[in-house]
Design a protein. Structure first.
Length: 368
């Protein structure tokens, strides 16, 4: 879930439901935003990334990257144990567990890959059962924040006489409302993965193809993006919804060779870019599209996800990687465009140079 306030609201809801007050309530609420402090670790990794080896960068990324180790079940276990060891209060520790787990679960249930079972499973995965701005979750999370504001203003006598009756009603019925919100939260977190599975099964049956549950991503409330390999040269992309099934579809070529690249060994450079990209820990692209161009000195391969046409305003599938391969040497330069409109050269250790070097040598021997 993208909105930090929403995470905080869920944390406050859990703390109040557990009957916590004062410092313990504040700590449990903070647990709901704690995983996102990995932003600072991610920024630090960016700073030091250019001076460490590729192997070390990969290992540090699993611990310092955003939505990596601090969004894992092992991290949740460490924090929960620390809370219990510090307080010896079972309710406090369980509330802290529920708070931090809610953050990890909601992030995993939206639209970004994570490694919740790291270090036991290093492959990234996603549930993707709800949009990051899901209106039900947003409503549930903002009610506790509203309660908190009312509570603070009332304690400071910052109110008018006409507000007194309304605020008294809110605070007197707060416990009942919070119980209802907790039940709704649990119900929604169970319902959305099941309903998505039913939708994916229906689309699979209609298409005559086993659509990937994991690679079906939420686009907006009740709307999902799916894709599959339609034939050897094209993907089929589907925009589906709970209300109308398949709303639209499009066929996307897996390889786009521009005019000036027709004389090149396209499959060879596709393999090079795939090998290089696979050496990184990011792995955002599920359905790779290769856009190849060249000049007398370089062969350029742009690697994007086939779902880009359906996600014009969504940063995840707008990620692009560009590899410029030298015709005369075994060197390449890598660029990326992530979250912005600007393409920037990446740190040299994002990708394994040896992969390309080893595969290039026989090729150039053949060319000579």
């Amino acid at each position: 879930m993208v909105n930090t306030l929403s995470h905080l609201g869920i944390g406050l809801l859990i703390a109040s439901f557990a009957g916590l007050t004062g410092r313990k309530r504040a700590i449990v609420a903070f647990m709901a935003v704690l995983p996102d402090l990995d932003f600072f670790l991610d920024a630090l990794l960016t700073v030091i990334g250019g001076i460490i080896s590729h192997e070390l960068y990969n290992q540090l990324y699993y611990f310092m990257g955003h939505r990596e180790f601090m969004h894992s079940l092992l991290f949740i276990f460490f924090i929960t144990f620390a809370l219990w060891f510090y307080s010896k209060d079972r309710i406090f520790a369980l509330a802290g567990f529920a708070s931090i787990f809610s953050h990890v679960y909601l992030d995993y249930a939206t639209n970004w890959k994570m490694r919740p079972l790291y270090p036991f499973v290093q492959e990234p995965s996603i549930m993707g059962s709800m949009d990051s701005l899901d209106p039900v979750i947003t409503l549930i999370s903002f009610v506790p924040l509203y309660f908190l504001v009312v509570e603070i203003l009332k304690e400071r006598n910052f109110h008018k006489q006409w507000m007194e009756k309304r605020w008294r009603y809110i605070l007197e019925n707060r416990r009942k409302i919070e119980k209802g919100l907790v039940l709704l939260l649990v119900f929604w977190c169970v319902l959305t993965p099941i309903s998505k599975a039913i939708l994916v099964d229906q689309i699979s049956e209609k298409e005559g193809y086993d659509i990937s549950y994991q690679n079906t991503y939420p686009k907006s409330f009740g709307v999902f993006l799916s894709a599959y390999q339609y034939n050897e040269t094209h993907y089929k992309l589907l925009e589906t919804s709970y209300w109308s099934g398949i709303e639209r579809s499009i066929y996307v070529p897996a390889v786009i060779a521009l005019e000036n690249s027709k004389g090149d060994d396209i499959e060879t450079y596709m393999r090079y870019s795939t090998d290089v990209y696979s050496s990184s820990p990011f792995q955002e692209i599920d359905y790779p599209v290769y856009i190849i161009s060249s000049n007398e000195e370089l062969v350029t391969v742009m690697l994007v996800d086939a779902r880009n046409p359906f996600a014009l305003y969504w940063t995840y599938f707008r990620t692009e990687y560009v590899f410029e391969f030298s015709r005369d040497t075994d060197e390449f330069t890598a660029y990326s465009r992530r979250f912005t409109d600007q393409r920037t050269e990446v740190n040299g250790n994002w990708f394994e140079k040896k992969v390309y070097a080893m595969t290039m040598s026989p090729f150039f021997a053949h060319m000579k």
